[in-house]
Design a protein around this ligand. Sequence first.
Ligand SMILES: [Mg+2]
Length: 420
Amino acid sequence: MKIKEVRVTPIAFKDPPVLNATGVHLPYALRSIIEVEGDNGLVGLGETYGDLPILNNLRKVSGRLAGMNPFDINGLRTVVDEEIRTDLAPGFENLNPGTHAAKAGANTFGAFETAFLDLQARSIGVPLATLLGGIVRREVPYSAYLFFKYAEHQDAPYDADDWGEIMSVEALVASARRMVDRFGFKSLKLKAGALEPMHEADCILALSKAFPGLPLRIDPNANWSMPTALKVAERLNHVLEYYEDPVPKLEAMAQLHKVTGLPMATNMVVTSMAEFRENVGIDGAQVVLSDHHFWGGLLATRQLAAMCDTFGKGVSMHSNSHLGISLMAMTHVAASIPNLTYACDTHYPWNNEEVLTRRIEIKNGSVAVNDTPGLGIEIDRSALNRLHRQYLECGLTSTSAQGDYMRRWQPDFSSKQPRY
Ligand SMILES: [Mg+2]
């Protein structure tokens, strides 16, 4: 089999004004949709970041893939290595590490690798998870991803969503109730680092009362100083499943773990095998949050999980704003990893737009893997075209200006980190 054509389509979808350590989400999230069409008429799908530098890299590589065998993953690696030069050393910290220039090769490779593997699986008529080593779980659990948010975007670019403002403890618990009732989530994660840390800790305590027994996580994206992180740990030690990136730097995470005994999780300071090795040396994070988008694809995610197993680390999964292709890629790789025992993160419930013929169903807090070949999903051509037009019309080529956007609500908002 040969690849006949590769299409890379940038899209924009509506993203609610949720808060994080760096500011507020912009009105649109950007993604790139990858279609790799084989000469057998089948199409493999991939989805990744839509920021312009990444889109340009995807376009560069896509022009060289026609004529290749989609089973030649090493051949894809060679093309990406030739086209994408990444001379930057690891050791940066970023709330969204996948869009950092140091990840250019990994995320370009990962985007096409997912589509190649999907095309392989469709061609031999098996679910992608089967191709990845076999299905060890049919239901992949996800956590309810809770945010503080404004009621609507500045200048109302479109109708406000029906979540309303979420700032108070009561509103946060109500949003969790809605998530749990609607999707059946069995663990809860709070995106923190946005408001006063003690208010955020109060929210976790209220969640533990409202949802007794559900595992709870808090993720301030390294926006807390050590004294703040210690104070919050003192209040939450008895209710947290893990403590996600409370402070910057791996060494500080190690110290915090030693003092509090809490398992530390990260998607910020262990983002490559070089950092993984360092982490094993100092035991900074006990849970690694994998993400196939910036770890370099689905096979690399399985390798990461094997390394976590070898070195006694837990594995969970990180997420940025994404649509259903990413969700199903996450689900299939998670379905194939025996030691992925924590519920994964997903932003999916916050998004109402889709490029697929159907939305992915989250039931009992899980996404199911069935026996449909590949990722088990199909592109809706008219929806893809509509979201591509939305990309062109919204004029965004990056969504990183979240601090500037926050200053439209709070003119004195500081981008200094850690802020608390
Ligand atoms: Mg995180």
